[in-house]
Design a protein around this ligand. Structure first.
Ligand code: GUN
Length: 294
C-alpha cells in the first residue's frame, strides 16, 4: 500500500492563514505590527532565494519586513554593530541572520549577540538551553515544522519510538528535544551510529536530517511508520537537469511507510510558516501579551 503524503504546502498555508489572522487582530486591538529583520551577508545564490521568499511571506502575513543586505567583506565588528542597532529598535521584534556567513565572521559570536527574545531562529544558546530544560522560549523553525507535520498524522506523539538521524544544532538536536517534550522515546542517530538501518527500523516516527541525498532506503523503514524528510539536496537528474530530492529514497519508502513528507513540498514550506509564527510570538512576548495558541 502506498503511504499517505503529508502535504506541507497545504498544512503550511493553513498555519500562515492563522498567523495572518492573529497579526490582523494584534494590529486592530493593540496597534502592534510585528516586525522581522532578515540580515543577508554577501550574494550566496541559495541564501538570496531563501531571503526573498521569507520577505515575501512576511509582508503577505501583514508583518513589517526590515531587510538588511551587507557586503560579502563586511567585518565582524560592523555586523555586531548592526545587531546592536536591531536589538535596540522596538519596531524590530525578530532578527534572523541568514546562514552560512562568510569565513571572516564567527557565526557563533554573531548568534550570541542577538537579543534572545528576538531570536526567531531559536539558535541563541539561551534558547537552546531553555528548550533542553523544558522552559518556554523561541524554538528553531524547521524542527517546529517537523513536529507540527507529525502531529497531523498522530493525535499524540507520547510513547512513540522516534528516531532522528542528524545531530546539528539547527535541526537534529532541537527536533529531538521537541519530540522528547511530546513524550516520545527519542534516539538520535548520526554518522558514527553503528547499524543505522537497524536503528531506523525501530522507528514509529523517523526524522531524516542527515543532509545526504536519498540515503535512507525503503528497507530501513518500519512498515506503517511516519517519515519526515528534512533533506533538500540538488542532484543531477535525467538529461543532466537538476532535481531536488530529500534524504529519503522517496519512491521506495512510499511503498512501506504509513505517511511520508514529499520533497519539495513537505518540511520546506513549514519552516517559513513557523518563522512567521515565531515573529508573532516574539512580538507578543515583548509587549507583555500571552503567546497566541495557534
Ligand atoms: N540557512 C539555512 N537554513 C537556515 C535557517 O533556518 N535559518 C538561518 N538563519 N539560516 C539558514
Amino acid at each position: 500500500m502506498s503511504a499517505r503524503i503529508i502535504d506541507g504546502k497545504t498544512i503550511s498555508a493553513d498555519l500562515r492563514g492563522k498567523v495572518t489572522d492573529a497579526v490582523h487582530r494584534l494590529r486592530r486591538d493593540r496597534g502592534i505590527v510585528p516586525g522581522l529583520a532578515v540580515v543577508l551577508v554577501g550574494n550566496n545564490p541559495a541564501s538570496r532565494v531563501y531571503v526573498r521568499n521569507k520577505s515575501k511571506a512576511v509582508t503577505e502575513a501583514g508583518l513589517r519586513s526590515f531587510d538588511q543586505h551587507m557586503p560579502e567583506d563586511v567585518s565582524e565588528a560592523e555586523l555586531l554593530d548592526l545587531i546592536a542597532r536591531l536589538n535596540a529598535d522596538a519596531q524590530v521584534n525578530g532578527i534572523l541572520i541568514q546562514l552560512p556567513l562568510p569565513p571572516q565572521i564567527n557565526a557563533d559570536k554573531i548568534i550570541a549577540a542577538i537579543d534572545p527574545d528576538k531570536d526567531v531562529d531559536g539558535f541563541h544558546p539561551l534558547n537552546a538551553g531553555r528548550l533542553a530544560s523544558g522552559l518556554p522560549g523561541l524554538v528553531p523553525c524547521t524542527p517546529l515544522g517537523c513536529v507540527r507535520l507529525a502531529k497531523t498524522v498522530h493525535a499524540s506523539l507520547a510513547g512513540l519510538e522516534a528516531v532522528v538521524i542528524g545531530r546539528s544544532n539547527i535541526v537534529g538536536k532541537p527536533v529531538a528535544q521537541l519530540l522528547l517534550a511530546e513524550n516520545a522515546t527519542v534516539t538520535i542517530a548520526h554518522s558514527k551510529t553503528l547499524d543505522l538501518p537497524a536503528v531506523c527500523a525501530r522507528a514509529d516516527l523517523l526524522v531524516a536530517a542527515l543532509g545526504r541525498p536519498e540515503m535512507v532506503l525503503g528497507a530501513w523503514i518500519k512498515p506503517g511508520a511516519t517519515v519526515i524528510d528534512v533533506g533538500i539536496n540538488r542532484i543531477a537528474g535525467e538529461h543532466g537537469r537538476p532535481r531536488i530530492v530529500g534524504d529519503v529514497a522517496h519512491a521506495e519508502a512510499r511503498g512501506i511507510a504509513g505517511a511520508i513528507t514529499p520533497v519539495p513540498g513537505g518540511v520546506g514550506p513549514m519552516t517559513i510558516a513557523c518563522l512567521l509564527l515565531n515573529t508573532l510570538i516574539a512580538a507578543c512576548m515583548q509587549n507583555g501579551l500571552p503567546a497566541p495558541k495557534i
